[in-house]
Design a protein around this ligand. Structure first.
Ligand code: IPM
Ligand code: MG
Length: 388
């Protein structure tokens, strides 16, 4: 019974293991982080994505060009617009990222990316893999860094979400063994755990943080989460001045709501899927996922993005010019800090706070009752100008 199905499943599983072992070899051979200071020119790719993406990303690019105008003029920074990461083209080519687009992305050092549509079962698009997830894998962007800050509540969290492994590594390669049995896989590697956990501790050390918390479900998912936790404990020994503790994901989701305890957390490091879930919850306290920026960092490439979706309906209704560009502009501020423009990044963060929280001279409503994205970007640039 079922022999042929089991054989077919084994063959697929074998292929999957081959792919993952190749990835381990690549990680073993990997050098250090790119040093932007050593580059003659930093190439910033601007990849609009889908739906409202091109409209809001163009505004973020204007703000970046304004802040970096001297260095753009001097040829030290160059912007490169990358079109074609749209769901229409991805569906036509049946590729998560069309190969020509991937080549263009690889010519950049850092990328600012708009939202991309992820097809889901039952909608009009074929089942191509998420462009987001594919980009993280293709460019090996292993650290997804998501800060959440609510100063008036004493909240200052930085999430280090592992971005290339866990349930996402082979998320589109699960196996339907028979009509009734489906299996997905969770993948962990020593190298993958080490690099994300070390990145979290290094961030803590460099930023005066005193606590790093690992979040797993190692009591149940013993092999993969167990390995993550073992490596966390091992690496924590290299940082004796930092308190290292660990929580299970279920109670962690509860603790984030606990006003007495939640401000104790500082840096959290966690496998991919738990990071996906917990960072949405965390961003909600700050005003929703639309207010959060996200950095996807690897050794050679880095990509910065908003966490919200592509809102295709706003485009069909002709409202994309009223879309809120703040989240992708916040991602642009993270990009600036990452490539060493800390003064410019700080100014942009300050201006964003003034324009969206304290002064709020203009309002974005997503329709013609509010200002356009371009007007809001102007407002941000005028505010930066006044900071000087
Ligand atoms: C995120 C998103 C993505 C993810 C989706 C769009 C594939 O939810 O960046 O958190 O699941 O990682
Ligand atoms: Mg998510």
């Amino acid at each position: 019974m079922y022999e042929s199905q089991i054989e077919a499943a084994k063959e697929k599983f074998g292929k999957l293991l081959e792919g993952q072992l190749k990835r381990v070899d690549t990680m073993k051979a990997q050098g250090d982080f790119l040093n932007y200071k050593e580059l003659d020119k930093i190439i910033v790719g601007v990849c609009g994505g889908d739906g409202i993406g091109p409209a809001i990303t163009a505004q973020a690019q204007r703000v970046l060009e304004y802040l970096l105008k001297e260095d753009v003029k001097a040829g030290k920074v160059e912007f490169k617009t990358i079109d074609g990461l749209t769901i229409e083209r991805r569906a036509a080519e049946m590729a998560a990222i069309p190969p020509a687009v991937l080549e263009e992305l690889k010519e950049c050092h850092v990328i600012l990316k708009g939202p991309t549509t992820t097809p889901r079962k039952g909608d009009e698009w074929p089942n191509v893999e998420s462009a987001n997830v594919a980009m993280r894998k293709e460019l090996d962007l292993f650290a997804n860094v998501r800060p959440v800050r609510i100063p008036e509540q004493g909240i200052d969290w930085t999430f280090y979400r592992e971005n290339t492994e866990g349930s996402y590594a082979v998320g589109s390669q699960g196996i339907h063994v028979t009509e009734d049995l489906g299996v997905d896989f969770t993948v962990v590697t020593s190298q993958g755990c080490e690099r994300i956990i070390r990145a979290a501790f290094e961030f803590a050390k460099a930023n005066g943080k005193t606590r790093v918390t690992a979040v797993t479900k190692a009591n149940i998912i013993k092999t993969t989460d167990g390995k993550f936790l073992d490596i966390f404990r091992e690496i924590s020994k290299d940082y004796p001045d930092i308190t290292a503790d660990d929580w299970y994901i279920d109670i962690m989701t509860a603790k984030l709501v606990d006003e007495k305890r939640r401000r104790d957390f500082q840096v959290l490091v966690l496998p991919n899927l738990y990071g996906d879930i917990l960072t949405d919850e965390a961003a909600e306290f700050q005003g929703g996922v639309g207010t959060a920026g996200s950095a996807n960092i690897g050794k050679r490439y880095s990509m910065f993005e908003a966490i919200h979706g592509s809102a295709p309906r706003m485009v069909t209704e002709g409202r994309d010019k009223y879309a809120d560009p703040c989240s992708v502009i916040r991602a642009a501020a993270m990009l600036l800090a990452h490539i060493g423009y800390n003064t410019e990044a700080d100014k942009l963060y300050k201006a964003l706070d003034i324009c969206t929280i304290t002064e709020k001279k203009m309002e974005i409503t997503g329709r013609d009752t509010g200002c356009t994205s371009a007007e809001f970007a102007d407002y941000i640039m005028e505010t930066v100008e006044k900071l000087d």
